[in-house]
Design a protein around this ligand. Sequence first.
Ligand SMILES: [Zn+2]
Length: 415
Amino acid sequence: MADADQINAYLTATRGSASLTGPPRDTPERTKAANELADYYSELHQGLAIILAHSLYMENPWTTPLTVVYSALGHAETITLDTVHLVYDQYLGQIFNSLNRFYYEERDYHRLRLNGYLHKLCASRALAAGRPGRALEHANIYAVVQSVLAKKSASGGAATASHSRAVTTSLVEGFVVAHELMHCVYSTHPEVATAAESFCVDLVASSDRESVHEAAVTFMTRRHDAYAVAPARPALPEALGFDFDVMGPTFGVASDDVSLREECVCDGFAILATGLWARTQGIGSSEAVKAAFIGLHHLRLLSHIDSLVTKDDTPQQESPQRGLRLLGETQYRMSFFRSMEWAWRQLGIWPAVDGEADNLIDVNESYWDVIFDYALDDFDGQSENQREIARDKLDKHPVPLKNQRDEVRRLCGLP
Ligand SMILES: [Zn+2]
């Protein structure tokens, strides 16, 4: 298949890794594990695509081919070759899982572990940004921190396999895949994206049950007209009655920034899809919403790390502004997320739970306490000192350029 060859060539060029799941399947080199993985992601992807098609009144089944890779790059993206493809990097799932461990499990030597893990993230993101020398500094620090930790906690300290952590990881992956599927809608069905966008803008601008309901009716009517065959059941049921006092929208009408607006709308429908998909897996929607919000925090942390490892590439005077802009954007997405979650609840998509809004505020506070406060503030300063020591060591024992990538991978255990 020409398209499969093309996508593999693209993936090998950008990530040094070919598809784990694309055709051909069942060849001898494909292990049983790879096939199981392929089935897992393909089910997740199809389940979410059906829910989104249904909610947006699109032809059903609608889907975009999914390719799963495993590479140090660790990110999900939508690419357009002859057709639109969704690429999901399974290493991103591993990053989510590690961050969830920090989020959920209070453990000994937390700060030191977090310091080490942030260096590992810096190493993989610097590698992805084409900066192997910088990656090597972080990889060396990571290796030192790991050996210190190994001595300190020789007896135990192993992470307990936590059920809620595993569930959260799969929900976060679902949220990210649904978000990317929405980007595919923007590429393949721009008229649907436009309708979804004005719907989201109407929703977050609404401040009472009537206007939320009105926005839904307008959207349904528009989409019904565009998509002549009525779906078996309306995706947005009539408001079932709700407790209005929970929380007002935190944000006004969406931004003028076109790409930021697209990100927000993708998040808005990804929350819906993740919440509904969770139910098909016997998981409560409110758990799904909470997990998706944790996921958005993880993504914010990753964009912060990206800006840290590429800071030296940016002209001195632009650097602080760029970091601030990135933070501002994710802050905006988080506010939008909360407004959309509120709006879906007002529409009766999932039941109102007492204190639901507080749950998201709690996530926000815990994430700052456990991870983000340190990552944003102390880590940068500490990291400068640690890197200086690593640079001294590397000056004495330099690693040839052609071996640097492999050395980073070896030290950090990266794909
Ligand atoms: Zn996006």
